[in-house]
Design a protein around this ligand. Structure first.
Ligand code: NDP
Length: 290
């Protein structure tokens, strides 16, 4: 019987994801490193801002932090309730998921890797795709709670599997962004109206989520609204490339994408939206996509 849930990390994603939990559980604790955000969440959504020790006493604990390392550091100092389930919605590292799964088992706790896709708008609408790896029985227990912010929930396999799927997904998204930007560069050079071109592509076989929801809205508009920091996407591509390297596979396109995306230094990448990476192509080709 799940009586309490908690959400740790009220960032661009977690803020919205946690807001839906009050629909499925009457006791929703929230904790954030910058605690004022948790207090604000409590006031707006009727959750309960608590200290970390109390947040860790819930039956289900969600986390959505930038990296697996951040989650691992938090867990290292934690005393958890036996029988609870940790649902980690961070886009993380498969090997760290496996390690945390083993480590928490000794405390009688199940760890699920449960990264999400759908951007901040999907988090706000409660329509995220949630991919889940780990113990299937614990997953079935947590499913009705995860449902609060999900459109699709898919169990993908053993611990670490979901982090792997997420890393590959985001590397594909990066590939689509880069490839579409290259395509638009050539059309721009040929004097084509890019809004018309995008409209045609979105009704043709070359369309993608990037062509439908990102390129016109953020790049052609020149807004580059920051909802997903470029350094987080660089991290996801790095996770996918590490998986490729560990499997000894020869996959040249994805490696090339990493080289392109890593042209922007991590510290600068923290402050810009991932869509702004196309400015590199623009500079190299001395044109602007608008
Ligand atoms: P944000 O940078 O917006 O938020 C990060 C959150 O984690 C903040 O609440 C921050 O607290 C907290 N935090 C950061 N470092 C630590 C730490 N060391 N210890 C404790 N808390 C910490 O990130 P997002 O919400 O954008 O991303 C979170 C995860 O979700 C990432 O893994 C990302 O890759 C993934 N993701 C992001 C998407 C997006 O569109 N933004 C889409 C899908 C997945 P504080 O407020 O104190 O800074």
């Amino acid at each position: 019987m799940i009586q309490s849930v908690s959400f740790i990390g009220l960032g661009a994603m977690g803020w919205h994801m946690a807001s839906h939990l009050t629909q499925v559980c009457s006791q929703v604790y929230v904790w954030n490193r910058t605690f004022a955000k948790a207090k604000q969440h409590e006031q707006i959504f009727g959750t309960q801002a608590v200290d970390l020790t109390q947040a860790l006493q819930a039956d289900i604990i969600f986390s959505c932090l930038p990296t697996s390392q951040d989650v691992e550091n938090l867990i290292a100092d934690s005393q958890l309730k036996q029988g609870c389930i940790w649902v980690d919605c961070t886009s993380g590292v498969p090997d760290i998921a496996k390690r945390l799964n083993q480590q928490l088992k000794h405390q009688g706790v199940d760890y699920l890797d449960a990264p999400v896709s759908g951007q901040t708008i999907g988090a706000e609408r409660g329509t995220l795709t949630v991919m889940v790896g780990g113990n299937q029985i614990s997953f079935e227990k947590a499913r009705p709670i995860i449902q609060a912010f999900a459109g699709l929930i898919e169990y993908v396999g053993d611990s670490g599997s979901a982090f792997a799927v997420k890393a590959v997904n985001n590397t594909l998204m990066a590939t689509h962004l880069w490839a579409l930007a290259e395509g638009l560069c050539v059309l721009k050079a040929h004097g084509v109206n890019l809004h018309s071109a995008i409209n045609c592509i979105n009704h043709s076989s070359g369309k993608s989520n990037i062509s439908e929801n990102i390129m016109a809205q953020r790049v052609l508009s020149r807004k580059f609204d920051k909802t997903f920091a470029l350094n987080l996407l660089q991290k996801d591509i790095g996770i996918a490339i590490d998986l490729i390297t560990a499997s000894n596979l020869d996959l040249p396109t994805l490696n090339l994408i990493q080289q392109q995306f890593n042209q922007i230094h991590k510290t600068d990448a923290q402050n810009i939206d991932f869509s702004a990476v196309v400015k590199i192509l623009e500079q190299h080709n001395q044109l602007e996509l608008y």
